[in-house]
Ligand binder design. Structure first.
Ligand code: SAH
Length: 251
Protein backbone atom coordinates (compact mmCIF):
# COMPACT_ATOMS: atom_id res chain seq x y z
CA UNK A 1 0.00 0.00 0.00
CA UNK A 2 2.00 2.95 -1.23
CA UNK A 3 0.81 6.33 -0.08
CA UNK A 4 0.48 9.29 -2.39
CA UNK A 5 -0.55 12.43 -0.49
CA UNK A 6 -2.54 15.18 -2.19
CA UNK A 7 -2.04 18.61 -0.62
CA UNK A 8 -4.59 21.29 -1.53
CA UNK A 9 -4.72 24.98 -0.63
CA UNK A 10 -7.03 27.62 -2.03
CA UNK A 11 -4.43 30.35 -2.34
CA UNK A 12 -0.75 30.48 -3.16
CA UNK A 13 0.01 32.21 0.15
CA UNK A 14 -1.36 29.20 2.04
CA UNK A 15 1.03 26.69 0.47
CA UNK A 16 4.13 28.65 -0.56
CA UNK A 17 7.33 26.81 0.20
CA UNK A 18 5.95 23.29 -0.09
CA UNK A 19 6.41 23.04 -3.85
CA UNK A 20 9.90 24.54 -3.46
CA UNK A 21 10.69 21.88 -0.84
CA UNK A 22 9.80 19.04 -3.22
CA UNK A 23 12.46 16.69 -4.57
CA UNK A 24 12.30 15.87 -8.29
CA UNK A 25 9.16 17.93 -8.90
CA UNK A 26 7.10 17.38 -12.04
CA UNK A 27 4.57 19.99 -13.06
CA UNK A 28 1.47 19.07 -15.01
CA UNK A 29 -1.34 21.45 -15.94
CA UNK A 30 -4.87 20.14 -16.16
CA UNK A 31 -8.26 21.86 -16.03
CA UNK A 32 -6.67 25.28 -15.49
CA UNK A 33 -4.59 24.24 -12.49
CA UNK A 34 -0.94 23.28 -11.99
CA UNK A 35 -0.35 20.00 -10.18
CA UNK A 36 3.19 19.40 -8.91
CA UNK A 37 4.11 15.81 -8.14
CA UNK A 38 7.31 14.98 -6.29
CA UNK A 39 8.75 13.83 -2.99
CA UNK A 40 8.17 15.85 0.18
CA UNK A 41 10.36 14.79 3.10
CA UNK A 42 10.30 11.23 1.82
CA UNK A 43 6.57 11.13 1.01
CA UNK A 44 5.22 10.87 -2.54
CA UNK A 45 3.02 13.98 -2.83
CA UNK A 46 1.06 16.15 -5.24
CA UNK A 47 0.57 19.87 -4.43
CA UNK A 48 -2.11 22.01 -6.06
CA UNK A 49 -3.91 25.32 -5.60
CA UNK A 50 -7.67 24.89 -5.92
CA UNK A 51 -8.63 28.58 -5.90
CA UNK A 52 -11.52 29.71 -3.73
CA UNK A 53 -14.90 28.04 -3.19
CA UNK A 54 -16.63 24.67 -3.00
CA UNK A 55 -16.82 23.87 -6.72
CA UNK A 56 -13.16 24.73 -7.27
CA UNK A 57 -12.16 22.58 -4.31
CA UNK A 58 -14.36 19.64 -5.36
CA UNK A 59 -12.97 19.71 -8.90
CA UNK A 60 -9.42 19.78 -7.60
CA UNK A 61 -9.94 16.92 -5.15
CA UNK A 62 -11.59 14.79 -7.85
CA UNK A 63 -8.74 15.34 -10.29
CA UNK A 64 -6.15 14.57 -7.61
CA UNK A 65 -7.76 11.19 -7.06
CA UNK A 66 -8.81 10.25 -10.57
CA UNK A 67 -5.89 11.60 -12.59
CA UNK A 68 -3.02 11.73 -10.12
CA UNK A 69 -3.89 8.65 -8.09
CA UNK A 70 -3.55 10.22 -4.66
CA UNK A 71 -4.53 7.88 -1.82
CA UNK A 72 -4.87 10.53 0.92
CA UNK A 73 -5.75 14.24 0.89
CA UNK A 74 -4.92 17.05 3.28
CA UNK A 75 -6.28 20.56 2.84
CA UNK A 76 -4.24 23.35 4.42
CA UNK A 77 -5.38 26.95 4.57
CA UNK A 78 -6.77 29.77 6.68
CA UNK A 79 -10.23 30.31 8.15
CA UNK A 80 -12.32 32.67 10.21
CA UNK A 81 -12.90 31.81 13.87
CA UNK A 82 -16.43 30.73 14.73
CA UNK A 83 -15.87 30.32 18.47
CA UNK A 84 -14.70 32.64 21.21
CA UNK A 85 -12.18 30.01 22.34
CA UNK A 86 -10.51 29.93 18.92
CA UNK A 87 -8.17 32.86 18.28
CA UNK A 88 -6.16 34.30 15.42
CA UNK A 89 -3.00 32.20 15.11
CA UNK A 90 -4.66 29.06 16.50
CA UNK A 91 -5.10 25.98 14.32
CA UNK A 92 -8.31 24.00 13.84
CA UNK A 93 -8.15 20.41 12.57
CA UNK A 94 -11.49 19.45 11.04
CA UNK A 95 -13.13 16.37 12.50
CA UNK A 96 -16.48 17.00 10.88
CA UNK A 97 -17.19 19.24 7.92
CA UNK A 98 -20.50 20.90 7.13
CA UNK A 99 -21.61 22.73 3.99
CA UNK A 100 -23.12 25.59 5.95
CA UNK A 101 -24.80 27.18 2.91
CA UNK A 102 -26.57 23.95 1.89
CA UNK A 103 -30.30 24.47 2.43
CA UNK A 104 -32.86 22.43 0.49
CA UNK A 105 -35.57 22.89 3.12
CA UNK A 106 -38.35 21.90 3.24
CA UNK A 107 -37.42 18.97 0.99
CA UNK A 108 -34.43 17.98 3.14
CA UNK A 109 -33.25 19.08 6.59
CA UNK A 110 -31.07 22.19 6.59
CA UNK A 111 -27.37 21.38 5.86
CA UNK A 112 -28.18 17.89 4.56
CA UNK A 113 -26.56 17.21 1.19
CA UNK A 114 -29.60 15.97 -0.75
CA UNK A 115 -29.80 12.23 -1.41
CA UNK A 116 -26.74 11.40 0.67
CA UNK A 117 -28.59 11.50 3.98
CA UNK A 118 -25.60 13.34 5.44
CA UNK A 119 -25.30 16.81 6.90
CA UNK A 120 -21.65 16.42 7.84
CA UNK A 121 -18.68 14.50 6.56
CA UNK A 122 -16.12 13.03 8.96
CA UNK A 123 -12.42 13.33 8.32
CA UNK A 124 -10.20 10.26 8.69
CA UNK A 125 -9.52 9.78 12.40
CA UNK A 126 -5.96 8.46 11.98
CA UNK A 127 -4.93 11.30 9.65
CA UNK A 128 -6.60 13.89 11.88
CA UNK A 129 -4.83 12.51 14.93
CA UNK A 130 -1.45 12.62 13.14
CA UNK A 131 -2.19 16.12 11.88
CA UNK A 132 -3.23 17.30 15.36
CA UNK A 133 -0.06 15.96 16.91
CA UNK A 134 1.95 17.65 14.14
CA UNK A 135 0.16 20.94 14.83
CA UNK A 136 0.78 20.71 18.57
CA UNK A 137 4.45 19.83 18.06
CA UNK A 138 4.81 22.74 15.65
CA UNK A 139 3.19 25.22 18.04
CA UNK A 140 5.25 23.95 20.97
CA UNK A 141 8.61 23.49 19.29
CA UNK A 142 9.05 25.42 16.04
CA UNK A 143 6.56 28.26 16.31
CA UNK A 144 9.30 30.81 16.95
CA UNK A 145 11.35 29.53 13.99
CA UNK A 146 8.28 30.14 11.82
CA UNK A 147 6.94 33.42 13.17
CA UNK A 148 9.07 36.26 14.51
CA UNK A 149 8.27 37.88 17.83
CA UNK A 150 7.38 41.09 15.98
CA UNK A 151 4.95 39.27 13.70
CA UNK A 152 3.35 37.38 16.57
CA UNK A 153 2.91 40.69 18.37
CA UNK A 154 1.48 42.38 15.26
CA UNK A 155 -1.23 39.73 14.97
CA UNK A 156 -1.75 39.44 18.71
CA UNK A 157 -0.70 35.77 18.72
CA UNK A 158 0.18 34.63 22.23
CA UNK A 159 0.27 30.94 23.15
CA UNK A 160 -1.39 29.64 19.98
CA UNK A 161 -3.47 26.49 20.46
CA UNK A 162 -4.49 23.58 18.28
CA UNK A 163 -8.16 22.54 18.32
CA UNK A 164 -10.16 19.69 16.80
CA UNK A 165 -13.79 19.92 15.84
CA UNK A 166 -16.35 21.10 13.36
CA UNK A 167 -15.55 23.31 10.37
CA UNK A 168 -18.20 24.93 8.19
CA UNK A 169 -17.66 25.66 4.49
CA UNK A 170 -19.75 27.80 2.18
CA UNK A 171 -19.42 29.99 -0.88
CA UNK A 172 -19.40 33.07 1.33
CA UNK A 173 -16.63 35.06 2.97
CA UNK A 174 -18.10 35.60 6.43
CA UNK A 175 -17.41 39.15 7.60
CA UNK A 176 -20.38 40.00 9.77
CA UNK A 177 -21.01 39.27 13.43
CA UNK A 178 -24.71 38.90 12.68
CA UNK A 179 -24.13 36.40 9.88
CA UNK A 180 -21.74 34.39 12.04
CA UNK A 181 -24.17 34.51 14.95
CA UNK A 182 -26.95 33.08 12.79
CA UNK A 183 -24.71 30.24 11.65
CA UNK A 184 -23.55 29.54 15.16
CA UNK A 185 -27.13 29.34 16.36
CA UNK A 186 -27.83 26.58 13.84
CA UNK A 187 -24.41 24.92 14.27
CA UNK A 188 -23.36 25.45 17.91
CA UNK A 189 -20.25 23.25 17.63
CA UNK A 190 -18.75 25.26 14.77
CA UNK A 191 -15.11 26.24 15.42
CA UNK A 192 -14.15 27.81 12.08
CA UNK A 193 -15.61 28.99 8.79
CA UNK A 194 -13.96 28.72 5.38
CA UNK A 195 -14.91 28.04 1.77
CA UNK A 196 -13.55 24.65 0.66
CA UNK A 197 -13.13 21.95 3.31
CA UNK A 198 -16.59 20.40 3.27
CA UNK A 199 -16.51 20.17 -0.52
CA UNK A 200 -13.27 18.19 -0.44
CA UNK A 201 -14.87 16.15 2.34
CA UNK A 202 -17.84 15.17 0.18
CA UNK A 203 -15.65 14.20 -2.76
CA UNK A 204 -13.39 12.10 -0.52
CA UNK A 205 -16.40 10.46 1.12
CA UNK A 206 -17.88 9.52 -2.26
CA UNK A 207 -14.55 8.23 -3.61
CA UNK A 208 -13.53 6.47 -0.38
CA UNK A 209 -10.38 8.53 0.13
CA UNK A 210 -9.17 9.37 3.65
CA UNK A 211 -8.70 13.11 4.15
CA UNK A 212 -8.24 15.78 6.77
CA UNK A 213 -8.29 19.57 6.96
CA UNK A 214 -6.05 22.01 8.80
CA UNK A 215 -7.02 25.67 9.11
CA UNK A 216 -4.97 28.44 10.64
CA UNK A 217 -7.23 31.15 12.02
CA UNK A 218 -6.66 34.39 10.10
CA UNK A 219 -9.63 36.47 11.26
CA UNK A 220 -12.72 36.51 13.44
CA UNK A 221 -15.30 36.37 10.63
CA UNK A 222 -16.48 39.83 11.67
CA UNK A 223 -16.44 43.30 10.15
CA UNK A 224 -12.61 43.42 10.39
CA UNK A 225 -12.19 40.04 8.67
CA UNK A 226 -11.24 41.17 5.17
CA UNK A 227 -8.32 43.30 6.31
CA UNK A 228 -7.12 40.82 8.98
CA UNK A 229 -7.36 38.00 6.44
CA UNK A 230 -5.24 39.77 3.83
CA UNK A 231 -2.46 40.74 6.23
CA UNK A 232 -2.42 37.30 7.81
CA UNK A 233 -2.25 35.22 4.62
CA UNK A 234 0.58 37.33 3.29
CA UNK A 235 2.64 37.29 6.46
CA UNK A 236 1.95 34.05 8.27
CA UNK A 237 -0.22 31.41 6.54
CA UNK A 238 2.39 29.61 4.45
CA UNK A 239 4.79 29.23 7.39
CA UNK A 240 2.24 27.24 9.40
CA UNK A 241 1.56 24.95 6.43
CA UNK A 242 5.25 24.36 5.78
CA UNK A 243 6.19 23.42 9.34
CA UNK A 244 3.09 21.32 10.02
CA UNK A 245 3.27 19.37 6.74
CA UNK A 246 6.96 18.75 7.35
CA UNK A 247 6.13 17.20 10.71
CA UNK A 248 3.18 15.28 9.24
CA UNK A 249 5.40 13.72 6.54
CA UNK A 250 7.84 12.59 9.21
CA UNK A 251 5.08 10.55 10.91
N1 SAH B 1 -10.69 38.90 -0.95
C1 SAH B 1 -9.94 37.69 -0.87
C2 SAH B 1 -10.92 36.57 -0.82
C3 SAH B 1 -10.44 35.47 0.03
S1 SAH B 1 -11.70 34.36 0.39
C4 SAH B 1 -9.02 37.59 -2.05
O1 SAH B 1 -9.12 38.43 -2.92
O2 SAH B 1 -8.15 36.73 -2.12
C5 SAH B 1 -11.07 33.70 1.86
C6 SAH B 1 -10.27 32.44 1.75
O3 SAH B 1 -9.77 32.14 3.04
C7 SAH B 1 -11.10 31.24 1.36
O4 SAH B 1 -10.31 30.34 0.63
C8 SAH B 1 -11.58 30.66 2.71
O5 SAH B 1 -11.46 29.26 2.76
C9 SAH B 1 -10.65 31.29 3.76
N2 SAH B 1 -11.28 32.16 4.77
C10 SAH B 1 -10.57 32.88 5.67
N3 SAH B 1 -11.39 33.60 6.46
C11 SAH B 1 -12.66 33.35 6.07
C12 SAH B 1 -13.93 33.83 6.49
N4 SAH B 1 -14.05 34.74 7.48
N5 SAH B 1 -15.04 33.37 5.83
C13 SAH B 1 -14.92 32.48 4.83
N6 SAH B 1 -13.72 32.01 4.38
C14 SAH B 1 -12.59 32.42 4.98
Amino acid sequence: KTIRLGIISALNEEQQGLVEAMESPHKLSHGMRDYTQGTLWGIDAVCVLSRIGKVAAAMTASILVEKFGVTHIVFTGVAGSADSGVRVGDIVVGESLVQHDMDATPLFPRFEVPLTGLSRFLSDSTMSEQLSVSCRDFLESDFHDAISVTEAKEFGITRPQSHRGQIGSGDQFISSRIHLGQLKEALPDLLAVEMEGAAVAQVCFELGIPFTVMRTISDNANEAAALDFMRFVQAVASRYAFFVVKRLCAR
